[in-house]
Design a protein around this ligand. Sequence first.
Ligand SMILES: Nc1nc2c(ncn2[C@@H]2O[C@H](COP(=O)(O)OP(=O)(O)OP(=O)(O)O)[C@@H](O)[C@H]2O)c(=O)[nH]1
Ligand SMILES: [Mg+2]
Length: 356
Amino acid sequence: MEIKDKILFIGVGQGGGNLCQELELRGYRTLAINTSKEDLNTLTVKHKYHITGGEGCSKDRSIGRQLIRQDFANIAKQINNCGNDVEIIMVGYTTGGGTGSSQGTVLVDILTMHPEYKDKIICSVVILPSNKESIQANSNAYCCFKEISNIQRGGACFVLDNNEFKDKYMINKEFVAYLDEFLHIPATDKSIKGNIDFSEIKKVLSAHNMAVMIAVPEGENTVARLLDSLQNNSIFAKREQDNILQYTALSLADERLNPEEVNQDLQKAIGIPIDSFTTFNKRKRNFICLSGLTYPKTRLEEIENLVNSNKDTVLKIKQNNLELNADMSFLQSTTKIEDASIKEDSLDNIWDKYNL
Ligand SMILES: Nc1nc2c(ncn2[C@@H]2O[C@H](COP(=O)(O)OP(=O)(O)OP(=O)(O)O)[C@@H](O)[C@H]2O)c(=O)[nH]1
Ligand SMILES: [Mg+2]
């Protein structure tokens, strides 16, 4: 079975769909779902699904949340149709919009508990807005990340950052290239000094919390250059420098290098993982994937500060309103259930956890 048949990539919203487009060019199985027909029409991917009743969410997360809840049975059918035989499902979405940001996380959470999918590895690819984007986009991203950080059973979460590159489509392209390179390691990178097989790829991807990938061309000072790229020249959100990680997968270009020494040097800077997997390649590239990293707390604090520094203005805009204070709630129905009534974490009540 080819690697491409073991993975399904589900893109939610526009950014998620754009990732599907890039992956499909490389032969991967994808499913693009969106509340907006117009967004879906920009894609040429084979499997697309327009969420019933959706007209886009215009960055309103509560609309997206309501729509996925109502239409989940149909969405599940689509997923089943495209990938009930895969081993890994990746869900990709942006955190700043309305559709992906409200639906991606709950979809991941549900898949990790769903009888048909809970034995698969459910990974995420999420995208942070740049600090030049709107207050709404940044506020959405923060709220979305609060939910991401509470997911209990998910696998690796790759966090791409629009702050790090001017061209967001280049970020997509670069990520997809890295992912493709990583997933092909078992097939292409072989050495008597060590191989990485698919079960090790799965081990790396099954680690909870954040993951990153980076590659540098072959050359002197392999470790220093890998470390520099990890820190300064990456499409991913900046890592916390707390030496917490679970796994590393490393493919080296120069077979004369001693893998134990290289790993030791790396670990001095990034911390000691539970396990490290190493192989060699003929692509003249040094490639590394780290997983089980802490979520990018410092970067999220930046987003929090950006939103907070605009809070007064936003509140003023919102308060610039006719005030009608009488309580008419006795005539209004609500679907919101108080937190106290949400008890155990089951597939049925998971939606209530995501009430907006
Ligand atoms: N890196 C990257 N960022 C993107 C892409 N598309 C959108 N974004 C960013 O994502 C945010 C907007 O999210 P979208 O994915 O367009 O929103 P959506 O999920 O379709 O939600 P609505 O349009 O509000 O229904 C902004 O921060 C954009 O800069 C993409 O293809 N790549
Ligand atoms: Mg959209």
